[in-house]
Design a binder for this molecule. Sequence first.
Ligand code: MSS
Length: 363
Amino acid sequence: QEKAKALPDYVAWKNADDVIVHTKETIETKRAAQGIELVTPSNSLYVRNNLPAPPEDIVADRDAWEIEFDGVANPTTMTVGQLKTVGVETVVCVLQCSGNGRAFFDHEASGTQWGVGAAGNVIWTGVPVRALVEAMGGASEGMTWLTGTGGEVIPEGIPAETVQVERSVPAELMDRAILAWDMNGEAIPLAHGGPLRLIVPGYYGVNNVKYIKKLAFTAEESPAKIQQTGYRMRPVGEAGDPSQPSMFEMNVKSWITGPLADAATGKVQIHGVAFGGTSAVNKIEVSTDDGATWTEAAFIGPDLGEYAWRPFVLIADLPAGEHVLASRATNAAGDTQPETVEPNERAYGHNGWRAHAVDLTIT
Ligand code: MSS
């Protein structure tokens, strides 16, 4: 067995028992640790950085962090302290990397081999973007994109657009997006984007720009590589280009988080998590016979909103032998998880129920 890698310094506060350290910039939550957690504890939430995190001193005086606004009638720069006076809202949403589930594809795409753990359910508090835009006299004419720029300082000599984490989402997302300073009831840790992070509920992780230093309404999508050719849904073997679908809206998804090891015959408590993507999850089914038959499972705990995940449970009577446990979620829009998905070059967006199934031996 491979020796577990130690937690890097900037996330030394994470719970080492609950995570898999793939690299310094990619840390996954263990499937068993996701359990039936309504909200993912910050110390077990996954981390994914495209660039090394900025130095810790950017969170020394959080309220002093500045963000520039552009593409509005009255462009301005504000501190986090000032943002806190404009408005406040809390949203619970699934934060999930586009590549979550990459390990379940067969075409051996490069990149971190995430299982189910590049996802968590997180509580974010911050100012609604629409309140800020209103305060700044509205978005300028013809601006169809909302573009956020990450606060990493790009070393001199490297053209910024090749590495800068700058993402554009359709401008109407300003109605849903918030600029958050708080995560799970505490100031956002540096690793998760403190002092200030753009949250676009229902959208893949990459659109949720950490340590955001600029938010602008723009006429075009960001020229950054991460927008133009990166994070595109494309056939295996094809290069990325802006005509391909960008990793924006998440799809409906669920997976079982337990039991993952052998269990004793009799009543077995099967549990997991389910979410709808951009439309609320409203049905979850579990199969104990490799998808031949399905039984509706029960959601556990309060509904934290359309962008949140819901833990679920099914008590099943399982005889001794081998069982394949699978789960299948449906959202309010009527989308149900497919059995399988087509491969795509970067192995993004896997929500096929079969590959997410778990083998269980009952003794
Ligand atoms: N932001 C910034 N600034 N930078 C980086 O790198 N990354 C992305 C997001 N944001 C970044 C950002 C990604 S890509 C993801 S997932 C996310 O983030 C994660 O988060 P956390 O907190 O978990 O770490 Mo894929 O789609």
